[in-house]
Structures are given as C-alpha cells and as structure tokens.
Design a protein around this ligand. Structure first.
Ligand SMILES: Nc1nc2c(ncn2[C@@H]2O[C@H](COP(=O)(O)OP(=O)(O)O)[C@@H](O)[C@H]2O)c(=O)[nH]1
Ligand SMILES: [Mg+2]
Length: 254
C-alpha cells in the first residue's frame, strides 16, 4: 500500500491537550506501511494548537492550514477536504481529540481496497464500544442515528455522524466537482458530517463500516459540540438532502 498517497486530515479547535499524544499515535500507526502526510486545519484556536503542529513538523510530515478566525467545523472540513483531495489517493479524517484510535486506519484502508469509496469507523457495528461518553450524549446519538437510518437508509451505513472516515480521493474529487467548491459542504456546524453523507449518496458512493471503540475517556479537552443546535441542523440537513441534486448546488452557506 506504499504506492498510495494517504492524507490524514484533522479539523482542530483548541486541541493543545490531546493533539501531541495523538500525533505520536498516528505516526506509530502509519509508519512502515503508509506513504502519508497529516494536514491540520486550525480554525482560530486560542491555545497552542498551531505551535504544537509547527513543532511536530520537524519529526513528521504534518502541515498546518489556518483560518484567521473560528468559522466552524464545517468550514474547516471544507478547507481541509479540498486541500487533501487534490493530490491524495486516500483521505482519512478523524477528530483531533485522541478519542478515535489511529490503529484502525489500516483496516479502513484495506476495506477501501475491497472496492468501497468510503469507510466509516462506526459506533453501531458489532464489536463497537463507547467508553466514557456522557449517558445523555449516548442517548441522543443513538436516537438521532436510529431516526436517520430509518428515513435515509443508505446501504452499508449505520453511523451517519461520526467524523472518523476513509475516503477514496477520486470520490472526493467527484463530489467537489458535482456540488461545487463551496457547496459540497454548506453546514458550518457538526451537521456537516451528516450532510457529506447525503451528498455522497447523490453520487452513489459505495460505503462500508468497521467497528469503532470510541475512547471518550482519553479526551482531555472539552467537547465543542452545541448539542441542541446540532440536532436542529440535522433536521434541516435531512430536509435539504431529500431535495433533487439540482436544488442543492446553489452558492449559499448556513
Ligand atoms: N477547525 C475546527 N475544528 C473544530 C471546531 N469545532 C470542533 N472542531 C474539531 O472537530 C472535532 C470534533 O469535535 P469534538 O469537540 O471532539 O466533538 P465530540 O468528540 O463529538 O465531542 C475535534 O477535532 C475538534 O477539534 C471548529 O469550530 N473548527
Ligand atoms: Mg471528538
């Protein structure tokens, strides 16, 4: 698999406490089998996130893209995926909070090689676990996922909102071409992950999942998710996602 150029892209906002450990774990997980680089989109962090990336670039292939101010997870994903998709065979995205295990990347890439376009690290597959996630969040994420699964029913997908995914570069380039540079992600909040899947469905991307053991207990920093706003944006995103594709390529951001 050394012939495949892999970009690991992480959106980061105030992740100084978790990023150093995670960068070491990614290096350990990829070295020896992957031709990789790491791309971090720092979205106006007020802590040492940017400095940590610069220091790490001495001993590993990590690059920083900065937004002048905080524009939201969706904006960071738009910037990061556009930059990563340009020259990568495979793009892997994950949180920068050390709650998702980089060792899973190898099996996700192997699953892509079996003929899929996207592989999701899923909380809802046999063998998955959620360690240390507050019960209220577990309840809401299971509830929203069950609702979305029932309404959308994308073959192969059980987890519509987890950001730990491996994408074929070709599929991302096709998505960006189809929807346009600014419209393949229009949601600026956490609902961008759900929106991405609905747009991938419109280009008939083949999706598979591997079980994820989410280690929320390893996460030192605070969650940036605004729960009620995100739930409301899921409803809006779902409504828009059911519209014909021609209605969804207009140039506006929410
Ligand atoms: N660039 C950027 N990244 C963000 C923003 N909000 C969250 N993130 C990142 O998105 C990922 C998911 O956020 P996180 O707080 O871990 O959510 P949780 O794990 O679901 O509680 C983490 O890597 C965050 O640093 C933002 O506004 N801008
Ligand atoms: Mg997280």
């Amino acid at each position: 698999m050394l012939d495949k150029k892999i970009t690991v892209m992480m959106p980061a906002y105030n992740e100084e406490r978790d990023l150093p450990v995670l960068l070491d774990r990614i290096k350990h997980a990829l070295e020896g089998w992957a031709n990789y680089r790491i791309l971090i989109v720092d979205d106006g962090s007020r802590d040492k996130t940017a400095q940590i990336v610069c220091d790490a670039s001495v001993q590993m292939p990590v690059e920083l893209i900065q937004h002048p101010r905080n524009m939201g997870l969706g904006a960071a994903m738009r910037t990061g995926l556009k930059a990563a998709a340009q020259s990568s065979d495979i793009v892997i995205t994950l949180d920068a909070d050390n709650s998702q295990d980089p060792e899973l990347m190898k099996s996700m890439v192997e699953r892509l090689e079996e003929g899929f376009d996207v592989v999701i690290a899923s909380r809802f597959q046999p063998g998955a676990q959620e360690v240390g996630v507050p019960p209220f969040r577990v309840f809401l994420s299971h509830l929203s996922s069950a609702g979305i699964r029932t309404i959308v029913g994308y073959p192969g997908v059980r987890d519509y909102t987890c950001g730990f995914r491996a994408y074929r570069g070709e599929t991302l380039r096709n998505l960006i071409d189809t929807f346009g540079d600014d419209n393949f992600i229009r949601e600026n909040g956490f609902s961008c992950m759900f929106e991405l899947l609905l747009n991938l469905r419109s280009i008939r991307a083949r999706i598979s999942e591997v079980p994820l053991v989410l280690r929320y207990d390893l996460k030192e920093g605070a969650s940036k998710m605004r729960i009620l706003r995100t739930m409301w944006r899921y409803v809006i995103t779902l409504g828009r996602g059911l519209l014909p594709i021609s209605w969804r390529v207009t140039s506006r951001h929410e």
